[in-house]
Design a protein. Structure first.
Length: 360
């Protein structure tokens, strides 16, 4: 036990701050589960970017979700300041006893000071000086020499203040909700697809340097089609992702069932929960599949699979063992947006990983 653990019986309200992308926010969901399990009487709030809030809505451990809209900056100075002031008043009005800041975003330090929480914990971050050091009461260590999954890194913030999670509290939580479930059931009836009868493939990421080649993805789908598997494709409605799906479809010998651009994130979760298997790259949909308990084949290139791989679900990681430079974290070799360690992965390796999971 840490010597300066906080007295949990005095905690009435907690604010957890995670200002990152969709997958990052979903990977914080165990933090709320653990807090609720160990401080059941406390109200636990989240502060996230507005576009990522659906990753946490209906989480049983969360009382309120506060949002920062990335578009506030486009409103003009006065409207932006008004939105910020409204948010600050709402947060201060909650009178938090504990603030858990899970990134190095400077807003967390300001809120720790302005909300006057009794206790606050953040990652130990070099180069921030006394201002950062004096903004929090507790600091947890950053990544150690050996890779550590992001879920565990998030939970280290709680360990630092004396909250030790049990194994069954560390699972991801994502609730699609009744509307999403109903719409996906309707779409599946229209497509003639039954639960557990199809493979869900989401080939794209918002970061295209994390994507496999179009030709190889099409070849994998053709091979699965030849064995009688139904394939359902999905993608975000962005121009780039829709173009990738169109290019894959143009190379297929037999059409796949295509829901690209038609699903919200909650509906994507409902869809992948009904799949026999998910295939994708390091992306939010891959984390969503893990949260829904769907066996997952994940292709990794420049990002670290030990830190970002599918969490607490049956899975196979397919990554290059002939590129000692990975994981480099660079947006493609030399910043080219094309990752050699990923696009050179052979179809056969991915196919074998798929077969292993389908056989379980």
């Amino acid at each position: 036990m840490v010597n300066d653990a906080i007295p949990l019986n005095t905690i009435r309200r907690v604010l957890v701050i995670k200002l990152r992308h969709h997958g990052d926010v979903l990977l914080t969901s165990p933090v709320f589960s653990v807090l609720k399990a160990h401080i059941p009487e406390a109200e636990i709030d989240a502060l996230v970017y507005a576009d990522t809030a659906h990753m946490l809505t209906q989480h049983p451990g969360i009382s309120e979700i506060h949002c920062i809209d990335r578009h506030w900056k486009r409103l003009g100075v006065f409207s932006h300041l008004r939105a910020e002031w409204t948010l600050l008043k709402a947060l201060r009005g909650r009178r938090y006893d504990l603030i858990v800041h899970l990134t190095d975003h400077p807003r967390g330090a300001w809120l720790s000071r302005l909300c006057r929480a009794t206790w606050s914990v953040a990652r130990k971050t070099g180069g921030r000086g006394k201002w950062w050091a004096n903004s929090f009461t507790h600091f947890y260590s950053g990544p150690c020499n050996s890779p550590r999954h992001t879920v565990e890194q998030n939970l280290d913030a709680l360990r630092r203040v004396g909250i030790y999670p049990d194994a069954d509290e560390r699972r991801l939580t994502l609730i699609p909700g009744g509307d999403a479930e109903a719409r996906v059931d309707c779409l599946m009836r229209e497509l003639g697809v039954e639960r557990q009868s199809f493979v869900h493939i989401h080939p794209a990421s918002r970061w295209f340097f994390k994507c496999w080649s179009i030709d190889k993805m099409a070849a994998l789908i053709d091979r699965l089609h030849a064995e009688g598997h139904q394939i359902v494709l999905s993608a975000a409605p962005s121009k780039n992702e829709m173009a990738m799906i169109a290019a894959i479809e143009a190379r297929l010998k037999k059409p796949a069932l295509n829901l690209a651009g038609q699903l919200s994130l909650k509906e994507l979760a409902a869809l992948t929960a009904r799949a026999r298997l998910f295939i994708g790259v390091d992306s939010a949909p891959m984390h969503i599949a893990a949260a829904m308990g769907t066996p997952t084949v994940a292709l990794f290139g420049p990002s670290g699979d030990k830190e970002w791989g599918p969490w607490a679900v049956a899975h196979r990681i397919v990554a290059s063992d002939s590129h000692p430079c990975r994981p480099c974290g660079i947006d493609g070799c030399g910043g080219s947006k094309v990752s050699d360690c990923l696009v050179t992965l052979p179809v056969e390796r991915v196919y074998r990983a798929v077969q292993e999971l389908l056989a379980q």
